[in-house]
Design a protein around this ligand. Structure first.
Ligand code: ADP
Length: 282
């Protein structure tokens, strides 16, 4: 079952920029789905359609099978199901303290104080930010801000979490912590949709990948299927994961027995290499 479905959505910004053209995007329940595309491809624009921040000029957005309603009640309902974490946490965090920021969503939907408190505590623990409740968000590091922004969304207990470039601007450790958190949330049943241009990350986590280029979805499938189409990937100004690129060079230039589909992760590459060379190495 698809928890998010867009059918032929087209969107132009008021200045006339056509940002999405007939986009069909589906997020299957309980999976991690990646939207991969270069800068300016339309990733953020598409995500802003998932909870009605933007309304398509044409086409429909469905959440749990129901077409989005853009009146106040409809938007309130969809925003409890679909939480969006923006690329830049400064667009999301605005309260004077971490605690007030995370409490804002639950308070806004009228939950009783004890419930708000419980959710704030639980969400901050979940992202490893307990103890920093009284800190001002603008005094936090990039990675900490990102985690507080995620806590604010978790406090709403959404079924679906949509994250725009969740690892951008973070150091490797910070990026890996965020991805682990998302992996764990997914293991507990949450559907996760992420946008990224980090092709090395996608095969580690994503069940399904969409490639977007100039406002159009140009490819969709499992990471292996998508990265097997090397021409499309490069044509969209993306690249193969480094490890796949190495295997491609070893196969094509050095005539070693590696062919498509190339392994996409270190683990897969290691298995493939050991399989080919085990006898010779030992
Ligand atoms: P991505 O998230 O993939 O980097 P965006 O969705 O931000 O891409 O942008 C898609 C296109 O829409 C780009 O051409 C961008 O310049 C344009 N765009 C984004 N936001 C606005 C806006 N507020 N007004 C006009 N054009 C915009």
């Amino acid at each position: 079952m698809n928890v998010i479905e867009t059918k032929d959505i087209t969107y132009s910004y008021p200045d006339g920029t056509l940002a999405l053209k007939d986009v069909e995007f589906n997020a299957a329940k309980g999976k991690i789905i990646a939207l991969l595309g270069p800068n300016g491809a339309g990733k953020s624009t598409l995500f802003l359609h998932f909870n009605g921040i933007l309304k398509p000029n044409k086409g429909t957005v469905r959440v749990n099978g129901e077409p989005l309603k853009y009146d106040k009640a409809g938007l309130m309902k969809v925003r409890q199901k679909v939480g969006i974490v923006f690329q830049n946490p400064d667009d999301q965090l605005f309260a004077p303290t971490v605690m007030e920021d995370v409490a804002f969503g639950p308070m806004n939907i009228g939950l009783p104080d004890e419930e708000v408190e419980e959710r704030v505590k639980e969400s901050l623990e979940r992202v490893g930010m307990e103890g920093l409740e009284n800190k001002a968000p603008h005094h936090l590091s990039g990675g900490q801000k990102k985690r507080v922004a995620i806590a604010g969304i978790l406090a709403m207990r959404p079924e679906i979490m949509v994250l725009d470039e969740p690892t951008s601007g973070l150091d490797p450790k910070g990026a890996s912590q965020i991805m682990h958190l998302l992996y764990n949330l997914n293991q507990e049943g949450m559907t996760i949709v992420i946008s990224t241009h980090d092709v090395d990350l996608v095969p580690l986590y994503a069940y399904n990948v969409y490639i977007i280029s100039e406002g159009k979805i140009i490819k969709e499938g499992s990471p292996l299927e998508v990265f097997e189409d090397v021409e499309t990937i490069r044509g969209a100004n993306l690249r193969l994961p480094r490890i796949a690129h190495l295997m491609e060079i070893l196969g094509k230039e050095d005539k070693l027995p590696f062919d498509k589909p190339y392994p996409l992760t270190i683990g897969e590459a290691r298995r493939r290499i050991l399989k080919e060379f085990n006898d010779r190495v030992r």
